[in-house]
Design a binder for this molecule. Sequence first.
Ligand code: GLN
Length: 543
Amino acid sequence: MPEPDTGYDPTLGRKFIFVTGGVMSGLGKGITAASTGRLLANAGFDVTAVKIDPYLNVDAGTMNPFEHGEVYVLKDGGEVDLDLGNYERFLDIDMTFDHNVTTGKVYQDVIEKERAGDYLGKTVQIIPHITDGIKQRVREAAVGSDVCIVEVGGTVGDIEGMPYLEALRQFAHEEDEEDILFTHVTLVPYSKNGEQKTKPTQHSVKELRSIGLQPDILVGRCEDKLHPDVKEKIALFCDVPTNAVFSNPDVEDIYHVPLMVEDEGLDEYVMEHLGLADEALPEGERDTKWRDLVTRDKEGTVKIALVGKYGLEDAYISVHEALKHAGLEKQVNVERKWLHAEDLADGHDGKLDDVDGVVVPGGFGSRGTEGKIEAIRYARENDVPFLGLCLGFQMAVVEYARNILGLEGAHSAELNEETPHPVIDLLPEQKDLDDMGGTMRLGSYDTELKSGTLANDLYEGATCTERHRHRYEVNLDYIDDLEDAGLVFSGTAGPRMEILELPDHPYFFGTQFHPEFRSRPTRASPPFVGFLDAITSLQGGEN
Ligand code: GLN
């Protein structure tokens, strides 16, 4: 019988680490996986990652960030799960849309092929057609890397995850044993009498085994480090060596997870298992940038108001992280104060009095916009540093039009179709293109920076490249009036206004793009660094 065509090409990626989760979701499986990757990168390996999202959506673009967390945007415009943001930040790599495998994508391929007659005469089935599609996507995303970390979203036992786990089982069967490692992340809760309980872990490993997967490494999420006896018990029941059981205790800062798992020897164990130990940089030559950075001393604290919707932190995770990165660079602690924009609509009522800076992040929909405009007015009039991102940039234009140009009722056409002054609107060519309201501008684009401006200073050059996710633009009809009244558009891309600033303000800076998506712990984003810079110099001035 001829071999079935599995799409298998043994010359693709070299080593694979599959990460599954047990007991419950939200255990920080992605952070554990990304931390493992960071350590391998420190040891000199090229690491990439794939996030598998077993949901039926093709991408995360239409998912509600307040249910699912932020929609992260990649340089190629892919709209993906926020976990990919963690991989980009931890590994300092740029991923592509192909690094996010969703059930929607896999089924779409298979159904398109079926319609095109590619499977003529055959019954199209989950095994082998869907599982082949999964394996092929994982292999393609791994090309060129030494190690590809593949995180399976959800929890073992979820119906949606089944085809993926079966695909991984086949994958392991097809590859050399030495090229594959399975890590299972589970919960080790405390009982009422203070004992670390291993039963949930045992059950979830049993579940994994019933589908033919045996974990090589177990990581126990727990409040504290796993007790040596507990490690031994897990090892015995789950059939792994005791030194393959690792703790992932609660930490204040997720950037400390790589240090913690390194202290337990996770990296050494992984490299040994994958046959990479001989190629790894010797201990003394490894990259210590991460450790040095996240353990650096900080002095003082800046308090930043984040004026958003409902205040679910996961919806603004990249903004949160970008502020943290700037804090690492400036060696200052960043405290965030979450403010519900809706609560500020009729005046901020003292809620902004104790903050050193105001950030108005991106968003869609009109809820809370009056509160955002109010926060911007407050920051502008009181010389409080302000950073506006995407919708925050657009609202800064609206605020300026209303309160400085005196254009009553000025607004974004997205949020009020009837506004007499649509200072934010679709560009004429967008209107002609698409009567669905214009297509979204997604992914990386260049911005030209005017010389002599703050933007030019911050980015140290004549252009910057940042990621976008928006539809509306500053209306060309109002630009002259806005500029005559003092607003400076210091970054542009053709007819599009990309950056605004106010020269006579300590820091009033807005970007139509989302600089937060390119910010990394080791390379903080210039607009965020400038923001904290302005705040710390104001604080310095007070002393
Ligand atoms: N809703 C606005 C637009 O589409 C802003 C989008 C955003 O903040 N990401 O232009």
